[in-house]
Structure formats: structure tokens, C-alpha cells
Design a protein around this ligand. Structure first.
Ligand SMILES: Cc1cc2nc3c(=O)[nH]c(=O)nc-3n(C[C@H](O)[C@H](O)[C@H](O)COP(=O)(O)OP(=O)(O)OC[C@H]3O[C@@H](n4cnc5c(N)ncnc54)[C@H](O)[C@@H]3O)c2cc1C
Ligand code: SF4
Length: 510
């Protein structure tokens, strides 16, 4: 009897565990485009196109390998719109002996799959997702041994365990960390590479039409769609990055420039998160570039730290702490999300540029996410759920397992330090140092108060004052709290009032 092999939209990997022992003559591969997944947050139009187009291409590829694929498309008249009822329909169609699935990446979908066996009355085998360096159990074993988790410790253990960038027992070059070399601002005249983008083919164009008509009101533009939707394209994108971006990735990892949305970043996260690339091959490509003298060690280590370190670490944190993690709100932030997150209509140049890039490409690089839109949300005290749902909606690479810890843990410190040792709070001076945005901004980054003052300046101090009780005990926050100690009560009250007036003047998302 047939076995139903269910493949979710971010499981588009040739040797996925659910496909490994497939019997092509009997088994059915089931792939489902369902409305509930397109609308549970108002995903960027490009993100929906990316996922559906990559799924359709993957289905074609599996058919080319002789597999029997039952593909339920969004515009199928019979489509019931959610995974569980589509599974029921497929069971009626194929009468399988059982269901095999690779563990879903999100807690919400995983909980749904756990209910299938009892609600459908068939055996459901859930297999590990071994596309990551660390299984969930491996992270669990690491986490159980520690009272406080730090990415750096986990990362070093992963480097040793997987022999990545190691000379025997020692890190290549004798150093684990090159962060201090990787914080350069971009010189004005430094050229940045033009990056490879991919023109939509017939399959992608058909999906674009569906998305235009069914999700017209969702955020984002479609005219700049250029994401890789097949493994072949994803490999080309990786090769383009290694040749043109990686050599300077380390030096300018934290830099921002108004006219350069991609800088030296890899742009591989959408392909990685869909499974078109694996983290192992991405790290191996970077390590080979170092061995062949194509890229220096600070760049290669900096890149591998993101993939083998941060990406694996945030996944571990997510599975350790869900579902309670989703409602973290250590700083008791309650403000609504300002409307400019959706429209880009703000006079803050750095914020406007990050949001315009998001709208145009479904992409903003890490420092824009962390130190501009994230920093603003942190300083303004935006309610975690509001900002978290925004991040989940607007990026092509946004999947909850990686987005949520980055938002709640890294950007807005809602988890009280489970993920990161201190809040990434910064005034306008940081943005000015790392970007060219301030020179053409309506606001003056040097002014601390008054109508022309950069809002990040007074919001920063107001944030410290508001959260003194929670944050002043953190040793990594000692310096700003020492400065604050010299402020009179009147000065503190004035900064709080100015910040409140600015925030109250913003139009909130309805
Ligand atoms: C608030 C916030 C939300 C984020 N949401 C997402 C998200 O939904 N999906 C997502 O993949 N990343 C997310 N990130 C992490 C990071 O910003 C993106 O992975 C990165 O910008 C993707 O672009 P890139 O491929 O050019 O990355 P590069 O800068 O070239 O980095 C290389 C790769 O390292 C990995 N990586 C880098 N930083 C992180 C990180 N902090 N956590 C996990 N992986 C990392 C990614 O796979 C990335 O492709 C978020 C970060 C913040 C601060
Ligand atoms: S002045 Fe302030 S708001 Fe304007 S770009 Fe600089 S940091 Fe951003």
C-alpha cells in the first residue's frame, strides 16, 4: 500500500528525511498550497511568490525523478485552505497505509501534525530534520548543561564537533572571533558589487498573477522579484556571493549605505530557509574560498559564525522555549506599531530607507533589521507581538523559528536576555557612524532635544530611564547608567516627556 509523503513549503531539499526511502512505484508525495499559510500574517507578496514558485519547481523536479506527486494548488476549486483538511482529502483519494513527514520548522504546524494520527486515524511518522548541523536533541543536550546560554559557546562547540574552520583542535588562524575587525564603516567611494538576480520564468510568472489577484492588499511590490526559486539558481546565487560579496563580507558586515541595499551580504537566507541550499554546503563553500585565497579569514569566519553559529543557535532557542516564548514581554512594552512600518512614510531617513528596501525586495540586511527598525521598536516600546508579526510578514526569508528569536530575543530584548546578553539599544550616533543616512535626514543627529533632534537620541535615554529597574543591574549596561546617574530629575523628566510626545504623535497601525 502507498505511503503518503508530505512535503511542506520550506522542505524543498532533494534528500529530505521524509523522501529518503520512498518507493516511487507506490508512494505519493503530497504538496499543498493552502490559504491559511498565505494569510496567517499578511506576508509580503514576494514571499508568497517565492514559496509557491519554489514549491511548484520542486514538484516538477520530483516528477522528473519519477515520483508520483499530488500537488494541490491554491486555485484548485476543491482546495479547503488548510493542511489538516487537505490531508483528510488526500487520505480519501489515495487510501495510504500511513503518512511520513519531516518535522515541521514551526511550532504551530508541528502541533497540527501531532494531532493528525488521532484525528485522521492513520500512523504518522515524524522524522528529524537533519538538514541542520544540530538536531533539536543536540541543542537540548548543550542547553541543559548551562544556566545561561551564549551563542559564542555553542558556536565554538559546533566548530569543533563539525570540524569547520579548524586546524586540529585549534581554530584556523588561532582565533575564534574576528568581530573587532568586522565593524568598519563603508568608505564613501567604495564600490559594491552588482548582485545576481533571477528573472521570473513561466512558473513564477503564473504564481505572480495568482498573488497579484488574490493578495493585492498585502504589503510589498512584485516588480523587483529576483529571488532564486530552484536549487540551480540558488547554487548560482551562492557562487555569486562567494566570488563578489564574501571577500568584503567581514569588513563591512555592520555597515549601511542608502544606495546599496545588499552591500556584501550573501542574500542566501531565503534559499537556505526553503531548503534549496543546506547550511553545510554554504559553510563549505565559504571555507573553500578561504583555502583557495578568494576570501580572507575575518570574512569567512564572520560568515560561518552567522550560519553555523547564529542560525543554529536561534533554532535551538526557539524549540527550547516555545510555546511560552511567543508571549515574552520582559520590558512590558505595549505601544502599537506605528503605521510607517507599512508605508515607509517617516522623515527618519534610516528608517524610511530600510522600509523602502523591505517593500521593494522583501529584504533588508541584518543591521537594518537590528539597529534601525528593531532598535526603533525597542526604544519606542512597541508591543512584542505587533513587531514580531511585522517581521514575520515582510521578509522573503521570514519563518517563525528564525524570525521570532531574532525579534523577541535579539532586537527588542523581550525575553529578558535568554538569547542575547544585553539589549541592542543605540542612539543616532551609532547609525551615523555606520551609515550615510544622517547627512540627508530631516533630523539632526547631533541634536539631543528639540524639534530637529534625531528621535533616536531622546528615545534612547527615555528607554534607559523607563527600564532602569530591569536593565541597570545588567553589567553590560553599566556605562550608560553611570552617565544617567549624573542627570538631574528635571532633565530626565524632560527627556521622557519629549519621547512620549514624539511617540504619541505617530499614527498607529489600526
Ligand atoms: C529582527 C530580526 C529579524 C530577523 N528575521 C529573520 C528571518 O525571519 N529569517 C532569517 O533567515 N533571518 C532573520 N534575521 C537574521 C538576519 O538578519 C538574516 O538572516 C539576514 O539578514 C539574511 O540576509 P543574508 O542572507 O544576506 O544574510 P548574511 O548577512 O549574508 O548572513 C549569512 C547567513 O547567515 C544567517 N544569519 C545571519 N544572521 C542570522 C541571525 N541573526 N539569525 C539566524 N541566521 C542568521 C542567514 O542564514 C544568512 O543568510 C533577523 C534578524 C533580526 C535582527
Ligand atoms: S538623524 Fe537620526 S533619524 Fe535621521 S538618519 Fe540619522 S539616525 Fe536616522
Amino acid at each position: 500500500m502507498a505511503v503518503l509523503r508530505v512535503i511542506f513549503g520550506d522542505q524543498l531539499t532533494d534528500n529530505l528525511s521524509a523522501l529518503r526511502d520512498i518507493d516511487p512505484d507506490n508512494d505519493i508525495v503530497l504538496m499543498m498550497e493552502v490559504l491559511a499559510e498565505c494569510t496567517h500574517v499578511p506576508h509580503h507578496k514576494q514571499k508568497i511568490v517565492l514559496v509557491l514558485s519554489a514549491m511548484r519547481h520542486f514538484a516538477e523536479q520530483l516528477r522528473g525523478r519519477g515520483m508520483n506527486v499530488d500537488y494541490v494548488s491554491l486555485d484548485d476549486d476543491q482546495n479547503t485552505g488548510d493542511f489538516t483538511s487537505e490531508i483528510r482529502r488526500a487520505v480519501t483519494r489515495h487510501r495510504p497505509a500511513g503518512i511520513v513527514v519531516t518535522e515541521p520548522s514551526e511550532w504551530r504546524v508541528s502541533a497540527m501534525v501531532e494531532r493528525w494520527e488521532s484525528s485522521i486515524g492513520l500512523r504518522v511518522e515524524v522524522r528529524d530534520d537533519d538538514r541542520f548541523f544540530a538536531t533539536r536533541e543536540r541543542f537540548n543536550a548543550w542547553a541543559q548543561r548551562r544556566s545561561a546560554w551564549r551563542m559564542e559557546h555553542f558556536y565554538r562547540e559546533m566548530r569543533r564537533e563539525h570540524s569547520v574552520l579548524m586546524d586540529g583542535a585549534q581554530p584556523t588562524g588561532g582565533q575564534w572571533n574576528f568581530d573587532h575587525d568586522n565593524r568598519k564603516a563603508l568608505p564613501k567611494d567604495r564600490l559594491v558589487p552588482v548582485r545576481q538576480r533571477f528573472s521570473p520564468d513561466a512558473i513564477t510568472l503564473a504564481v505572480i498573477e495568482v498573488v497579484q489577484s488574490r493578495f493585492a492588499r498585502h504589503f510589498g511590490r512584485l516588480d523587483e522579484f529576483g529571488w532564486p526559486v530552484t536549487r540551480t539558481e540558488a547554487l548560482a546565487a551562492l557562487a555569486d556571493f562567494v566570488a563578489h560579496g564574501l571577500p568584503s563580507f567581514g569588513d563591512y558586515q555592520d555597515a549601511m549605505r542608502l544606495d546599496a541595499p545588499f552591500l556584501f551580504h550573501s542574500l542566501v537566507s531565503p534559499a537556505l530557509n526553503l531548503g534549496l541550499l543546506t547550511p553545510r554546503e554554504v559553510c563549505a563553500a565559504a571555507e573553500t574560498a578561504f583555502d583557495e585565497g578568494v576570501a580572507p579569514l575575518n570574512a569567512v569566519e564572520g560568515f560561518i559564525r552567522q550560519v553555523l553559529g547564529w542560525r543554529e543557535y536561534v533554532r535551538g532557542v526557539y524549540w527550547q522555549l516555545m510555546p511560552e516564548y511567543a508571549s515574552s514581554n520582559e520590558l512590558q512594552a505595549v505601544r502599537k506599531l506605528p503605521d510607517f512600518y507599512w508605508t515607509g512614510e517617516t522623515q527618519m531617513q534610516c528608517v524610511r530607507t530600510a522600509i523602502q528596501s523591505t517593500e521593494r525586495y522583501a529584504y533588508a540586511h541584518h543591521i537594518q533589521r537590528l539597529m534601525v527598525t528593531g532598535n526603533f521598536a525597542l526604544l519606542a516600546g512597541i508591543a512584542p507581538k505587533h513587531i514580531e508579526q511585522w517581521y514575520l510578514a515582510v521578509y522573503a526569508d521570514a519563518f517563525e523559528w528564525v524570525e521570532m528569536p531574532n525579534t523577541l530575543g535579539m532586537a527588542i530584548f523581550a525575553d529578558g536576555g535568554r538569547m542575547a546578553s544585553k539589549p541592542y539599544a543605540a542612539s543616532g550616533a551609532y547609525i551615523n557612524r555606520m551609515s550615510d543616512a544622517c547627512s540627508t535626514c530631516h533630523y539632526d543627529v547631533k541634536q539631543k532635544s528639540g524639534p530637529q533632534a534625531c528621535p533616536f537620541n531622546y528615545l534612547y535615554w527615555a528607554f534607559l530611564i523607563r527600564n532602569r529597574q530591569t536593565l541597570s543591574k545588567n553589567p553590560r549596561m553599566a556605562m550608560p547608567y553611570r552617565s544617567l546617574a549624573a542627570w538631574s530629575q528635571e532633565r530626565q523628566a524632560a527627556v521622557l516627556a519629549e519621547a512620549e510626545a514624539f511617540l504619541d504623535g505617530l499614527v498607529a497601525t489600526s
